[in-house]
Design a protein around this ligand. Structure first.
Ligand SMILES: Cc1cc2nc3c(=O)[nH]c(=O)nc-3n(C[C@H](O)[C@H](O)[C@H](O)COP(=O)(O)OP(=O)(O)OC[C@H]3O[C@@H](n4cnc5c(N)ncnc54)[C@H](O)[C@@H]3O)c2cc1C
Length: 422
């Protein structure tokens, strides 16, 4: 491996998830010499484990320009390589006046942005569902512009486009830390040696805080465990992605469904959650209906993971190549039962697989897509807080613009790292 590493590139990217790879694609297309370093395999962590939703509805308005741009990029990607992208629409369902008021509140907050979202009521709701339901759905926040892609295809597909544009990608190659000179970024120290680069992008998902901390940069980020299951293929007319509160489901390209629910998330208490309590407490209170807080094994695993380490010997990044936390089967099977009760057609669905993934979250649930003021040449794209897959291609494009010092085509003020103070 060490002999095949380049001595120097224009931009080194840490992390081969959808964010690192989309950034690499955008930079390579712009003629930059780019290398991506992935400690495990491409999309081994969150980017292959998500539900596959490409969603504008329900997002923080600050992210809506990115979501809008991402739709165009997904279309462009699908024209070149099959990532399973389909603009099939997405709906949040309501069954009483309180639900409808909540859906309307989001619509009002998003009014200044192009979303394609509408509030449907009565017969229009039954028409988009196209399957008999036992539940009295009276309203739906629906966007026909939203869609899905297949997570097991998406990052690999974009990596194919990046390689075709000249990008080099190294798997099983951890970056131990940054090389700096005269107070600015000079490259990366990988487990196989140094690669010079005067610009480095960290797209390390749930590992970003660890690398930042060892570099003396404060990044408030925690991990939240999410889960999903997938079913066999069976005849079903529900051909859009749906959130029915106690369940979510979306049709897969293989004819089955990916099923879960928002409240399947578990936040383990860890030493970091105690260190960052002041930053995350308001978010935990706001999300308490969807979040289960648990104390267990992860506390001790993280307690014994060093937060400061030298770069001349194996680091935690090499010791754990792929975070593979297993599913919260209790929650996802409960979600499937609720779905079967709501839509009896799902009684014929058999479960093929259940899985878990570790989402990286920030205190305000917005990502960091930003230059690092204290270290010129260092950029961060992380903290996508459970919804970075859908906006991934647009987030990568935005990062690439920041790296090249060209005017961003979408607003990025809400995503700067400097919004957080120690
Ligand atoms: C169960 C679940 C459901 C989800 N559903 C959705 C959804 O429907 N829609 C949506 O938009 N989002 C969803 N998400 C969130 C989405 O998957 C993530 O926001 C997105 O994939 C983040 O991409 P990333 O590239 O930042 O991180 P990751 O995919 O985690 O990639 C980071 C990569 O960096 C590598 N890395 C870290 N440190 C180093 C290092 N030092 N050296 C080399 N490599 C390193 C890691 O090995 C990893 O492969 C879901 C997530 C989960 C877990």
């Amino acid at each position: 491996m060490s002999s095949s590493l380049p001595q120097q590139v224009d931009v080194a990217i840490i992390g081969g998830g959808i964010i690192g790879i989309s950034t690499a694609w955008a930079l390579s297309r712009a003629g930059q010499r780019v290398a991506v370093f992935e400690k495990g395999v491409l999309a081994g962590e969150q980017s292959s484990r998500n539900w596959g939703w490409i969603r504008s509805i329900g997002r923080d308005p600050a992210e809506l320009p990115l979501a809008h741009r991402a739709n165009s990029l997904w279309r462009e990607i699908q024209q070149q390589v099959n990532v399973g992208y389909r603009q099939i629409g997405l709906a949040y369902l309501g069954e009483n006046a309180t639900d409808q008021a909540g859906l309307q509140t989001w619509l009002d907050s998003a009014r200044e942005h192009p979303t394609g979202a509408h509030l449907l009521t009565g017969e229009a709701v039954r028409q988009i569902l196209a399957e008999p339901s036992t539940r009295p759905w009276t309203s739906a926040l629906h966007s026909a512009e939203d869609g899905v892609a297949e997570p097991h295809l998406a990052t690999a597909g974009i990596a194919h486009l990046a390689r075709a544009a000249g990008c080099q990608i190294f798997e099983q190659c951890a970056v131990r830390g940054l090389d700096t000179a005269s107070g600015r970024t000079a490259g990366v120290i990988t487990e196989f040696g140094r690669v010079a680069a005067d610009r480095v992008v960290l797209a390390g998902g749930a590992w970003s805080r660890l690398l930042c901390g060892n570099t003396g940069i404060f990044l408030p980020q925690l991990k939240v465990h999410g889960s999903a299951l997938r079913t066999t293929s069976f005849p079903c007319g529900l051909d859009l992605a749906v959130n029915g509160k106690e369940f979510t489901c979306r049709p897969r390209a293989d004819g089955g469904y990916t099923v879960s629910k928002l409240a399947a998330s578990v936040a383990d208490v860890t030493p970091d959650s105690i260190r960052l309590l002041r930053h995350f407490f308001p978010a935990w209170m706001a999300q308490r209906q969807n979040l289960n807080i648990r104390f267990g094994r992860r506390f001790f695993e993280e307690l014994f993971t060093p937060t400061r380490f030298p770069l001349d010997r194996p680091t935690p990044f090499e010791k754990n190549r792929t975070l593979d936390p297993g599913p919260n089967t209790h929650s996802v099977f409960a979600a499937l039962r609720q779905l079967q009760r709501a839509f009896p057609v799902f009684a014929g669905a058999q479960v093929v697989q259940a899985w878990g993934g570790m989402m990286d979250v920030t205190p305000d649930a917005l990502p960091v897509i930003s230059a690092v003021d204290s270290l010129p040449g260092f950029f961060i794209g992380t903290g996508f807080s459970g919804h970075g897959f859908g906006i991934g291609p647009a987030a990568g494009e935005l990062l690439a613009q920041l790296v090249q010092g060209i005017a961003p085509t979408v607003g990025h003020h809400a995503f700067r790292l400097s919004r957080f103070r120690v």
